[in-house]
Design a protein around this ligand. Structure first.
Ligand SMILES: [Zn+2]
Ligand SMILES: [Zn+2]
Length: 245
């Protein structure tokens, strides 16, 4: 009996992270430092080929340099953007686990993967400040963490940037726009436009800034954040998201 317990503990410690399940298919993960099972990982679709040079959205061959949503140079504020995966079922499940199931380590791993892709696309871009898209404080209180902040932490580790580069204070969300049932796309875009505020703008003056979020859909959130950061003195803006819808 005693031996069995010892053996069990040894098996748990060496073979898999206790309680670790694939966030997509829920199979047990039989290896340390593995966050998605090999099968589900192989089905994640990286964004590849011809993409919008502002936001990283995939484009058709006949489209030019930018997607329809970024083509208005007056209102798009980013010098470049990168999205790691296409937003499909597997990625959607991972994002859900990061947001609602306290799986910060999963978000950290996703951040590491994002950074690897980011480095391939922008090997020489110098980043001074990394800003996660903030949650409204009500939502932060409910959840206890911001999943995008954990994406940033994973990215910083892979980019070999110090934690001091992460700035979670300068950009805050003043409007709780997460739940907007019944609102159309245009109404949602308008609602998010004045949902953010910048405090202590001296921390972003003349800085090269990377804004990090989980999913890019309409782009309204990144656009709103970009406008504010630029108005408040940011020099260069880039975006990086885990997935593009
Ligand atoms: Zn799986
Ligand atoms: Zn675009």
């Amino acid at each position: 009996m005693r031996m069995n317990k010892k053996l069990e503990r040894w098996l748990k410690q060496t073979l898999y992270v206790p309680g670790g399940h694939c966030p997509v298919c829920r199979r047990i993960l039989f290896q340390k430092d593995m966050w998605v099972c090999p099968l589900c990982k192989s089905e994640l679709k990286p964004v590849a080929g011809h993409v919008c040079h502002r936001c990283g959205r995939p484009l058709f061959k006949h489209e030019g340099e930018t997607c329809g949503r970024c083509s208005d140079a007056q209102t798009f504020y980013y010098n470049g953007g990168y999205g790691h995966w296409l937003y499909r079922e597997g990625v959607a499940k991972m994002v859900q686990r990061c947001k609602f199931y306290n799986e910060k380590e999963l978000a950290y791993w996703i951040g590491e993967e994002m950074a690897k892709g980011w480095l391939l696309k922008y090997p020489s871009v110098q980043i001074d400040v990394v800003i996660p898209v903030p949650l409204h404080h009500n939502r932060f209180k409910d959840r206890g963490y911001n999943q995008s902040e954990w994406l940033c932490k994973g990215m910083l580790a892979t980019l070999a940037l110090p934690e001091s580069v992460l700035n979670t204070k300068v950009l805050i969300r003043t409007k709780d726009t997460a739940h907007q049932p019944g609102k159309g796309r245009q109404a949602r875009i308008e609602n998010v436009r004045d949902a953010f505020r910048v405090v202590d703008s001296h921390t972003i003056q003349d800085k090269n800034i990377l804004v990090v979020d989980d999913v890019l859909t309409t782009g309204a959130t990144l656009r709103a954040c970009g406008a504010l950061l630029k108005e408040n003195g940011a020099k260069i803006l880039y975006s990086c998201v885990a997935a593009i819808d």
